[in-house]
Design a protein around this ligand. Structure first.
Ligand code: ADP
Ligand code: GN1
Ligand code: MG
Length: 357
């Protein structure tokens, strides 16, 4: 592809000579840029619809990565942002689009675990990430998307989307709407516990998909956690839960056949083990509600896809018109499977906690 002008705006080593689309994110546009000295960089255009204040998003990312590097003493333990030639880390182009650049990390990321060991490794990465940030000065972080994992508010937004029926798609999503609305009560469980002071707010990642952790190609050990756009105060159970939703699922998020979508309990156990081994400061209550984290994150993403389908696909990148409906249906199938395995999930968490804590 033609190299966009924005690639030349940053303080790269060498001059950009090649550029390709990269990765599978649903939100930003990600490009891999190579320069004439052989250096490689990730160039991202920040999604302005999702992130209305991109400068704050980059400021959070830069601050958190600096903190992680200093705390671990390892310069490669976090993403490395490059300044633009003007000195800023979030570059606005003449069209008003916002861009940032990182050093490319020589690594791979998975869309699904290839082994229990891979998944365990990602759990250690996200658990450690949360643990390292436990003394991060929270008040200095911008709250990028308020109510991001407030599932009570997500249901409000879904109902708003149903009423507005902006894209005229409501009739084609009746079964999904009915199933989702029937789960509203359980969906608010953790939010209510948070409000009642039973669960602490921590600095969390909030988007702990397996493809947001980079693994070393040779050792398969985690190198660093990426996609820091939603690092904000949140619940530990949700970081745990989003990883389960994505990585302990038997098929991909948008499998058109929801019958393929189940929770893999062996992976659930491997992740629980890795997460609890690394995130050692969790309270007993936080550990106890981890299964709720998995269930509610799956439900929440399911209703977010559904609301976006009803709103006309304004938020998530889609590849075809029913994409968000398909994603929603498959997530809701995973919710149903989790409910059928609810006792086992709770037993696994209790057993692993006994072993590793
Ligand atoms: P999105 O918010 O759209 O998910 P990400 O920041 O997660 O964007 O980036 C999308 C993908 O690009 C990642 O899943 C990963 O494959 C790749 N990627 C991002 N940053 C880097 C990096 N510094 N080095 C190597 N690959 C990266
Ligand atoms: C988005 O950016 P990405 O693809 O890692 C979304 C998450 C959803 C996820 C569903 C900022 O994550 O909240 O869980 O898609 N990120 C944002 O796959 O909304
Ligand atoms: Mg991502």
């Amino acid at each position: 592809m033609q190299i966009p002008n924005q690639a030349f705006a940053f303080q790269t080593q060498g001059t950009p000579v090649q550029c390709v689309e990269y990765g599978n994110g649903h939100i930003n546009r990600t490009l891999l840029v190579t320069t004439d000295t052989g250096n490689r960089y990730i160039l991202q255009r920040i999604n302005k619809y999702v992130f209305q204040e991109p400068v704050k998003v980059v400021a959070n990312g830069k601050a958190v990565t600096d903190f992680l590097r200093e705390k671990t003493g390892n310069p490669n333990s976090a993403l490395h942002f490059l300044p633009a030639k003007t000195g800023v880390y979030c570059y606005m182009d003449p069209e008003g689009e916002y861009w940032r650049m990182y050093d490319f990390v020589e690594a791979f990321c998975l869309e699904a675990p290839e082994s229990l060991a891979d998944f365990y490794e990602s759990a250690v990465a996200f658990g450690t990430f949360q643990h390292l940030l436990s003394d991060y000065p929270v008040s200095t972080l911008y709250e990028i998307i308020p109510n991001f994992h407030n599932t009570v508010d997500r249901f409000r937004q879904l109902k708003e989307a149903i009423c507005a029926d902006q894209a005229g798609r409501k009739a084609s999503a009746e079964p999904e709407i009915a199933y989702a609305l029937a789960q509203e009560e359980i969906g608010g469980t953790l939010q209510r516990m948070l409000e009642a002071g039973q669960l602490p707010l921590r600095v969390t990642h909030n988007d702990t998909k397996l493809n947001n952790v980079l693994l070393d190609a040779e050792t398969r050990k985690s190198l660093c956690v990426i996609d820091l756009d939603t690092v904000m105060p949140g619940l530990s159970a949700f970081d745990f839960g989003d990883s389960i939703r994505f990585g302990a699922a038997t098929t991909k998020e948008d499998d058109p056949d929801p019958a393929n979508m189940k929770l893999d309990l062996a992976r659930f156990e491997a992740y629980t083990r890795g997460f609890l081994t690394a995130a050692t400061a969790l309270t007993d209550k936080e550990v106890q509600v981890l299964p709720y984290g998995a269930l509610i994150m799956t439900l929440e993403v399911g209703i977010r896809f559904l609301a976006d389908y009803l709103n006309g696909d304004v938020y998530f990148r889609t590849a075809y018109p029913e994409h968000n409906l398909v994603r929603s249906r498959t997530q809701l199938a995973l919710v149903a499977d989790m409910l059928s395995k609810w006792e086992q999930m709770n037993e696994i968490v209790a057993q692993v906690a006994k072993e590793v804590r």
